[in-house]
Design a protein around this ligand. Structure first.
Ligand code: ADP
Ligand code: UDP
Length: 236
């Protein structure tokens, strides 16, 4: 499988068409951004780690019955995925208070919820990805009611599998963002990536942050944190 033409360059990945109209190749970059692109930098080795990690997690989720866009890892940075039409919603699941939740509601980070929560942001860079509820998403025709129900139940299922998986690696899954897309026949599948860029991952014993918050908050040790997650995933 070869790249034919770049169709999109995002903040963290490039997307290419292939000879197969139903397949794309994504290429992971080391570029990192935060705060809607205001903070920019690079995290050495991030592209390769996010590619490997996202692929491992998507394959694990497929085995648990969650359909994903994953097709084949080509090399350390590039993966063949099913081409989807992205539902322009960032689907955020939270198990523990952190980030914008803690800020918005004036609570500490680290409060364990009795039940996971879900929220949506409208994926729109110009508007700064505003929070949106499902009625507004339907009104704006971003997705149908049925698609939103499917997305919600898939997202909670992903959460259950990821919590359990990360626990075996000594990692507490705080929150994360998912994106879903439609295949040509309308079927909803999990797309984009699952990585330390899109999840908050804390060491179970020390609560040390092993994710992009180290970059967002200038905590240092960013590369080491990504490598540490990868090391645990590889079972080292
Ligand atoms: P952003 O667009 O937020 O800067 P990225 O740099 O990660 O993000 O770019 C990757 C883009 O590819 C995102 O817009 C994402 O929605 C999109 N995407 C992810 N998976 C697929 C897929 N299977 N088919 C089509 N587009 C995808
Ligand atoms: N997230 C993401 N992309 C975004 C916004 C959020 O991957 O554009 C992830 C983020 O890494 C965290 C979760 O979604 O794991 C919840 O993020 P939050 O709403 O707290 O926002 P932030 O603190 O990033 O402003």
């Amino acid at each position: 499988m070869e790249k034919v033409q770049q169709v999109y360059e995002g903040k963290a990945k490039k997307v290419f068409s292939t000879e197969d109209e139903n397949l794309f190749i994504v290429s992971y970059k080391d570029d990192a951004t935060a705060f809607n692109g205001l903070k920019k930098g690079t995290i050495a080795g991030k592209g390769a780690i996010n590619n490997r990690m996202s692929n491992m997690l998507m394959q694990m989720l497929e085995k648990k019955g969650v359909p994903t866009h994953f097709v084949e890892e080509l090399n350390d940075r590039e993966t063949v995925v099913k081409k989807v039409s992205i539902v322009p919603l960032e689907v955020i699941i939270r198990n523990v208070s952190a980030g914008s939740f803690a800020k918005r509601y004036g609570v500490d980070e680290g409060i364990q919820f009795d039940e996971p929560t879900i929220e949506f942001s409208y994926k729109n860079d110009e508007l700064g990805d505003p929070l949106i509820n499902s009625y507004h998403a339907v009104a704006l025709k971003l997705a149908t009611k049925e698609e939103i129900e499917t997305i919600k139940s898939m997202a909670f299922k992903v959460n259950e599998s990821l919590i359990e998986y990360f626990k075996t690696l000594g990692i507490r899954l705080i929150d994360f963002k998912l994106e879903f897309g439609r295949l040509a026949d309308g079927k909803i599948v999990l797309a984009d990536e699952i990585s330390p860029d899109t999840c908050r991952l804390w060491d179970i014993k020390t609560n040390e942050k092993l994710d992009k918050d180290r970059f967002r908050r200038d905590l240092g040790g960013v590369e080491d944190a990504y490598q540490e997650v990868m090391r645990r995933l590889m079972g080292e």
